[in-house]
Design a protein around this ligand. Structure first.
Ligand SMILES: Cc1cc2nc3c(=O)[nH]c(=O)nc-3n(C[C@H](O)[C@H](O)[C@H](O)COP(=O)(O)OP(=O)(O)OC[C@H]3O[C@@H](n4cnc5c(N)ncnc54)[C@H](O)[C@@H]3O)c2cc1C
Ligand code: FES
Length: 511
């Protein structure tokens, strides 16, 4: 298998599937400017362009180069919170709308792929939700009843998932789930958007978003896009300094993919109900083999650096249940943004002008939430009523209390103690090539990275969002903020919001 360093080896998808786009060359105007070319931004751009709106999409990196390239792409109406918990938090009527909206999202992706002739390996299949031990029958029964009340009347309790050699015990079968290749899908959407006159500019970093009569989006190169409305689809919104970031929390999640003889595992989606839960699917590898893709072992972003141990635990969990896995070929990690009440925030940006919209809080279901954003935001921008608007409203308050809100915000508060603790190492001399560490220098802290040639790159360790101290992620060679999930590459460049600016550089040294 791989070395034990815990470094990411690669993902089963490549961003090369989506062609590079031109860089924005001049100031421009569109009906709607969309920031972010992941599944959420591209779905919204596609839906708006079908309605005859002119759209401009801006993205820092390539199309789908954010978390959409890291996903395992289950298309599901099985959410990370169970239906009985969703009912407690959102009430029965809204929970029915949540279930229906995710089913509609899968139908919509399927319909778009068919209409636009996008070959994205989309298949419909069953999903099995099983308890971590054979004892939790009550939990399954409760969830079955709640799923039925939510309108998912075809969900059934079965004796076990159809796996040989692993008894899941009684579990729930959710019919009509799906899986696909999201990058092939985005490549097809890009083509369809451009055919309708939409413009997509990659390599374009957005620094400022201003709503109002004529909304205005400014890039780091000084170009300006004016528009009647702006959609901020940057996964974690860059248009919102605080409000949304107190209602959600960033987690790193880990994935391994191993080869299994074709046909040895029935093609279905599988999840357990642990917290964090495991998520499993298959992907065709070649004529003889499939890939079994298994994810889980999540931790709060910036609050652990033990990827090697997490990958090892994922491998043990996998081999105990799927002994037919012959070899682990891939492993990777990525970030999910968990909303404190289990579903995404999609709609008007709180405390902002009326024409600034956001989509965030994917809660591990960004594929369906992205498609929901496409439908809902298009209706909102066109002034049409949509029954999902209240459910996904970023300003919503919950009917039932969720302990996650309080514990996540207490957790963030304690991260500020990092200002007074010592550095991870007491001297930059102790940092070996290819690694980084936070060091204390007087009253402040430095994020020091030594590249493979021995050159030391020093940046302020103070996150440019709300001043927490970043931590080194040795698996992905990034600086990760433990407060709200901003991430920076080893050279301090921002790669994930909510931060908009990179870490402030300190003079470079050769030591
Ligand atoms: C390992 C893993 C497994 C997952 N499995 C599933 C799954 O099975 N099913 C599921 O539904 N979801 C899953 N998810 C979640 C899902 O992948 C994400 O929620 C989804 O891809 C998010 O899409 P997005 O469009 O919101 O964000 P992204 O894909 O991250 O796109 C945001 C874009 O915004 C751009 N951007 C950010 N800041 C700026 C700026 N300042 N200027 C310009 N551009 C900017 C970025 O470059 C990026 O391209 C998984 C996630 C991970 C990490
Ligand atoms: S992400 Fe908020 S302080 Fe860093």
């Amino acid at each position: 298998m791989q070395n034990d360093s815990g470094k990411t080896i690669s993902t089963w998808m490549t961003t090369a599937q989506v062609p590079d786009q031109p860089v924005l060359s001049a100031n421009t105007h569109a009906d709607v400017c969309i920031v972010g070319a992941g599944i959420a931004g591209m779905s919204t751009a596609y839906m708006l362009s079908r309605e005859g709106k002119s759209v401009v999409v801006l993205d820092d990196g390539p199309i789908g180069g954010g978390q959409t390239s890291r996903t395992t792409a289950h298309l599901s109406n099985v959410l990370s919170y169970g239906y009985s918990e969703l009912e407690d938090i959102h009430g029965q009527e809204h929970t029915r709308l949540i279930a229906a909206s995710h089913a509609t999202a899968i139908d919509t992706i399927e319909a778009i792929a068919a209409r636009e002739n996008i070959d994205c390996d989309l298949v419909r299949l069953d999903g099995y939700l099983f308890p971590p031990d054979l004892q939790s029958l009550d939990e399954m029964n409760q969830e079955l009843e709640a799923a039925h009340r939510a309108g998912l009347t075809e969900v059934e309790l079965v004796n076990q998932a159809p796996l040989s050699g692993f008894d899941t015990g009684k579990c729930l079968r959710f019919p009509n789930q799906g899986q696909f290749d999201p990058l092939k899908y985005l490549a097809g959407l890009a083509e369809a958007i451009q055919r309708r006159g939409g413009k997509i500019y990659t390599g374009t970093h957005v620094e400022k978003i201003k709503g109002g009569l004529t909304a205005c989006v400014e890039t780091s190169n000084g170009q300006v896009v004016t528009a009647d409305a702006v959609v901020v689809a940057t996964n974690s919104p860059i248009s919102n300094l605080a409000t949304m970031h107190f209602k959600q929390a960033a987690y790193i999640t880990f994935v391994i993919a191993g080869k299994v003889p074709r046909g040895s595992i029935p093609n279905a989606l599988y999840w357990d109900t642990l917290d964090p839960y495991h998520y499993v699917r298959l992907q065709s590898l070649d004529e003889q083999y499939d890939l079994l893709i298994v994810g889980g072992e999540d931790h709060k972003t910036g609050q652990a650096d033990d990827a090697g141990a997490r990958y090892a635990r994922l491998q043990v969990w996998t081999q105990e249940r799927f002994p037919m896995v012959e070899e682990i070929l891939f492993r990777w990690s990525g970030q999910v943004i968990n909303a404190d009440d289990g579903i995404a925030y999609i709609g008007k940006n709180p405390f902002d002008e009326e024409n600034v919209y956001i989509v965030t809080g994917d809660s591990g279901l960004g594929m369906t939430h992205g498609a929901i954003a496409g439908i809902l935001l298009t209706d909102m921008i066109l002034g049409r009523k949509n029954t999902w608007a209240e459910v996904y409203d970023p300003s919503r308050t919950r009917i039932g209390a969720t302990g996650d809100f309080i514990s996540e915000n207490l957790n963030v508060a304690t991260q500020y103690l990092d200002w007074v603790t010592p550095g991870k190492v007491d001297s930059v001399e102790k940092i070996s090539p290819g690694t980084g560490a936070v060091v204390r220098r007087g009253l402040t802290k430095i994020a020091a990275y030594r590249d493979e040639n021995g050159i030391l790159h020093e940046h302020s360790a103070v996150c440019t969002h709300l001043n927490c101290i970043v931590a080194w992620n040795s698996s992905e060679d990034t600086w990760d903020c433990p407060c709200h999930g901003s991430r920076f590459d080893s050279q301090g460049k921002v790669i994930n919001g909510p931060a908009i600016h990179g870490l402030a550089p300190v003079e470079e040294k050769i030591k």
